[in-house]
Design a protein around this ligand. Structure first.
Ligand SMILES: [Zn+2]
Length: 235
C-alpha cells in the first residue's frame, strides 16, 4: 500500500527532475544568447525604447506607452493597461539583442491591436489555468487520502492539464510575436542585414524557454497520470 507521503517521492519523480533540468538549460541558453548579442551595438544607434516607439508608430498603434521595468529579461507587453514594459537592459540599450526584445514585445502589441485569436484565447484561459494549477494537487492529495478516490483524482489531473493547455496556447502567441518582430526589423531599416540573424538567434532562444516550460508541465502531468491515473483501487 502506497502512503500519500511516499507517493510523492517515487521513481516517477525523475520526470519532474528532467523537466526542471530542461527548464534550467533553456533559461541558461536564453541568458547566454542575450548576453552574447547584447555586446553588438546596432549600427543605427537606436535604443530598445526608440525601436519600440518607432515600430508602434509604424504599426498605427498610438495608445500604448513604452516604459522601463525592473529586473532581468522581464520585458513584457501588458494588454490590460496598454503598456510595453522594457527591462533596464533593453530600455536604454542600443544592442542588437535589446532591439530584438523590444521588437518582440511590439509584436504582442500588434497582436492585441489586431485581435490575434491565440492571444485572445490565452487571455481567456489565464484565470482557468490559475484555478487549475492551484487546486489540482490539493484535490489529488484529498483523493489519495480518501482511499484513492478516483473521481477526485481524475478531477485533480484534469485541473492540472489546464495549466498545460495554457502553456500550449502560449506557444503560437510567442512564436508569432517573434515572427512579426523579425519581419518588421528585416524591412524597417532599424537593423542591417547582418544584424537581423543575430536577433533571430536571441528570439529563438527566448522561444525555447516557453517550449521547455510546456515540456516540463507535460512531464509533471505524465507523472500524475502514471502515479494516480490507473485504477489503483481495483488491485
Ligand atoms: Zn513574448
Amino acid at each position: 500500500m502506497t502512503s500519500p507521503i511516499f507517493a510523492f517521492f517515487d521513481p516517477t519523480y525523475f520526470l519532474v527532475i528532467i523537466g526542471l533540468l530542461i527548464s534550467m538549460a533553456a533559461s541558461g541558453y536564453v541568458n547566454s544568447t542575450f548576453k552574447k548579442y547584447d555586446r553588438y551595438r546596432a549600427q543605427s544607434g537606436i535604443t530598445g525604447t526608440d525601436a519600440a516607439q518607432y515600430i508602434l508608430q509604424q504599426s498605427g498603434i498610438t495608445n500604448v506607452t513604452v516604459q522601463p521595468t525592473k529586473g532581468n529579461l522581464t520585458d513584457n507587453y501588458n494588454g490590460s493597461n496598454k503598456t510595453l514594459n522594457l527591462s533596464e537592459a533593453t530600455y536604454q540599450s542600443s544592442s542588437v539583442a535589446a532591439i530584438g526584445v523590444a521588437a518582440h514585445e511590439c509584436g504582442h502589441a500588434v497582436q492585441d491591436a489586431t485581435n490575434y485569436f491565440p492571444m485572445r484565447l490565452r487571455t481567456a484561459i489565464v484565470p482557468i489555468a490559475n484555478f487549475g494549477s492551484t487546486l489540482s494537487l490539493p484535490i489529488i492529495i484529498i483523493g489519495v487520502i480518501f482511499g484513492m478516490n478516483q473521481t477526485l483524482i481524475h478531477i485533480g489531473i484534469l485541473l492540472f492539464s489546464l495549466a498545460l493547455l495554457f502553456q500550449l496556447v502560449t506557444l503560437p502567441v510567442e512564436f508569432n510575436a517573434s515572427h512579426r518582430a523579425l519581419k518588421i526589423l528585416s524591412g524597417g531599416g532599424l537593423l542591417t542585414a547582418s544584424e537581423v540573424p543575430m536577433v533571430r538567434k536571441v528570439l529563438s532562444a527566448a522561444a525555447m524557454t516557453y517550449v521547455a516550460a510546456a515540456l516540463a508541465t507535460f512531464l509533471q502531468l505524465l507523472r500524475l497520470i502514471l502515479l494516480f491515473g490507473g485504477n489503483r483501487d481495483d488491485n
